[in-house]
Design a protein around this ligand. Sequence first.
Ligand SMILES: *Cc1c(COP(=O)(O)O)cnc(C)c1O
Length: 407
Amino acid sequence: MIEQLARDGGTPVRTDPLPSTMDASGRRFGDDEVKAVERVLRSGMLSGTWGTEVPALELEFASLLGAGHAVACSSGTAALHLAVAAVDPDPGDEIITTPISDMGTVFPIMMQNAVPVFADVDPITGNLTPETVAAAITPRTKAVIVVHLFGKPAAVRELRELCDQRGILLIEDCAQAYLAPVGDSYVGRIGHIGCFSLQQTKHISAGDGGLTVTDNAEHARRMRLFADKGWPRDTDERTYLFLALNYRMTELVASVTRAQLTKLRSVVADRRTTAARLSSAIADLAGLTTPPDGGDHVYWQYPLIVSEAAGDLREWAAALTAEGVPANGGYLSSPLYAAPAVRDRITYGRSGFPLQDVEYPPGLCPNAEELIGRTLLVLPWNENYTDSDVDDIAAAIRKVHRALEPR
Ligand SMILES: *Cc1c(COP(=O)(O)O)cnc(C)c1O
């Protein structure tokens, strides 16, 4: 007999909420962060322009990743905007990116008046591939922004080789992939520029904040200026060298981030350990594909591919959530190119600029549409999950699998 699902009035597998990034249960904010904030407040200097915390964070983050330069800013979206500004596209130039990400990957392209070109993704990982990117390159392509979705590195070495061959820049959006290894390096260090977010739900957080890394001194200087109205504070002149806004990080954010950085390795290790426990606990279930992990996935979230044979995606998400294991069907409601701002060109007044000459029709990226519409089940993941939390998640998945499997 099949146990009744909580959705249908049965007893849920779990009634205690799992640790979550939405409160202290799933965040590692402690005495170090409290001391950091107090140190800054008592110093009387809260601005990174004259303070010590932002420069110290930049040195520490660059050194953690083995990068020549790090530039701090106010969000992950700002970090990506800094990177696009370093590319410095002419209006109408193209930047290739993915339809499955946070919109913070795409809007910086449009804000700099360049055109996002969406390449399709791998049907399991949801990452751009060298093949799909190669097929999207045109004479107007200036750069590629690759996302390491949910913490799984994309084939970034091959992408770098492709970009070098074609004379374009590679930007890595590592907002979901802190310290994900690529050979003996990390994501963010294979492309020309790596971008990171400190938003509430990422591996480490200070509420909001962003970081970029690069080895290129010119790109670093351009990004620093772009975060500060183009104001060259390293000279005596009060002048503004190019069009730019204020994306500065504050001392409070930098001090909390410095404390968080000391915990990053253990956050990643703990997420990997519990994710491996779940993957082995459900490995035998027909129709489910656990995330491919060559020792390199850092599990911002835990993505599971549900084949049609295993049941309907949205039903899976609702049934698991009812069991006390929150799950999200598809990650996004639609690919990024189907959002009104992009597809309907809701941009600058009624101009539609810079998208006036492009169309993003349904079916543009079939693998991405299949993932979002039918196969991608996303479980929030957390460094504070215990083995028993993971055993509950596995039990809920097994229960829903028994009940929803068509027979
Ligand atoms: C979170 C995220 C962003 C945006 O970062 P914010 O700090 O929220 O602006 C961009 N790209 C990806 C892949 C993200 O996960």
